[in-house]
Design a protein around this ligand. Structure first.
Ligand code: ZN
Ligand code: ZN
Length: 383
């Protein structure tokens, strides 16, 4: 007796397509006979496939909801009826994709192969990572051979159609599987999927149609990039075979460490030391920002650990569409430096000070959050 398809996938009757797909993938991974050696795994795997085939198809799902399995079982007894193996192909492709795509890719390799991706690393300074910069990058890639214009044959000759695959680039093989015979499509070993063979290969590229060259490119590094960010340049990788698309270039950005500035999300952190007199009496100090020096007013009684926020002096917020939406802030962390060595005059002054302050101590209250310590400071010239 067939189980309820929703029950098989463990989803509600109101489940969305996305939920059904998710449930299927998870179960397929658990139950695939290659990984699961339990005796009923294969049966359950078939059940899950069957349920998914029906529930992932709007029309079949509707018929199933109204008529049960009678609504979706064709004369062959397979869900999808006359569709036979054709109906299963989609499922298997999907399933193997979820395994990292190894088999799906293997079957897709027929025909001209697309070019491979390339990677190049670029190092920028901290300031460049904030404001963006244009960089010239140099890297190696395969380009269409200039001698043969990419067909791989000596100029004046032509490639001829492959005899083994009749120019299709693929060979078919019937394989027995637990679901019955399945047609496996593989790359033609003779022409390597190109569909043609070359009698007299081009000497520049040895028949590959592509040659290794040093490429130079101007790359726009956007403002706000982070260490490790990858910029994808479509079609700038290796050239593909004949009509296949080129691969992509990935520019991996590295950001140098700065002497003073650190980055935290879109804020820039700066630690500043002030002396006890500045802390007690207050002062007007100058602090560096990535936009240049800014005056900061320390109020009298500035405590150790106080944080001043300079609005809009941080990192531009990088958005995926390349536009930016404002900037983060610069946080100035104040540390009060206690002098380790005193001049005679300073010692005298501290002694006088000590007389006025006495020796009483007060325990510190717990739970003094960071929030109490942050003070917004408007530097006046932010955009
Ligand atoms: Zn060539
Ligand atoms: Zn062939």
């Amino acid at each position: 007796m067939a189980r309820d398809y929703y029950e098989v996938l463990g989803v509600q009757r109101t489940a969305s397509k996305e939920d059904i797909k998710k449930a299927f993938r998870q179960l397929a991974r658990q139950l695939h006979p290659d990984v699961n050696k339990e005796p009923d795994a294969e049966t359950r795997f078939k059940e899950v496939n069957e349920a998914y085939e029906v529930l992932s198809d709007d029309e079949k799902r509707e018929r199933y909801d109204r008529f049960g399995t009678a609504g979706v079982n064709g004369p062959t007894g397979f869900p999808g009826g006359a569709a036979g193996f054709g109906g299963f192909e989609g499922i298997f492709e999907e399933f193997f994709n979820s395994f990292g795509g190894s088999r799906a890719n293997a079957s897709r390799r027929r025909g001209p192969r697309p070019g491979a991706d390339r990677r190049v690393d670029v190092t920028v300074t901290f300031e460049e990572s904030i404001f963006g910069v244009e960089r010239e990058v140099e890297f190696e890639r395969l380009q269409i051979c200039e001698t043969c214009a990419g067909n791989g044959a000596t100029p004046g000759t032509q490639p001829v159609r492959c005899q083994q695959c009749s120019g299709t680039g693929e060979v078919r093989q019937v394989q027995q599987t637990f679901l019955g015979p399945m047609v496996q499509v593989g790359t033609c070993p003779r022409c390597n999927g190109r569909g043609e063979t070359i009698a007299s290969p081009c000497t520049t590229c040895r028949g590959s149609g592509r040659q290794r060259v040093k490429a130079e490119l101007e790359v726009q590094i956007p403002p706000g990039v982070r260490e490790g960010l990858q910029i994808q340049l479509r079609g700038q990788g290796d050239a593909g075979e004949t009509s296949a698309p080129a691969g992509n270039l990935f520019v991996v950005v590295h950001v140098e460490e700065h002497e003073y500035f650190k980055r935290h999300d879109n804020d820039i952190i700066l630690d500043i030391n002030i002396n006890v007199a500045q802390a007690a009496l207050g002062d007007k100090i100058v602090v560096p920002t990535v936009d240049g020096d800014v005056e900061l007013i320390l109020p009298p009684g500035t405590q150790n650990g106080k944080i001043f926020r300079l609005r809009g002096k941080g990192v531009p917020r990088l958005r995926t569409d390349g536009s930016n939406s404002g900037r983060g802030d610069q946080m100035v962390n104040i540390a009060v430096e206690i002098p380790g060595k005193l001049t005679d005059e300073q010692r005298e002054l501290f002694e006088k000070l000590a007389d006025t302050m006495g020796g009483a101590v007060t325990p510190q209250k717990t739970n003094k959050g960071l929030f109490d310590k942050v003070v917004d400071f408007f530097s006046g010239d932010q955009g």
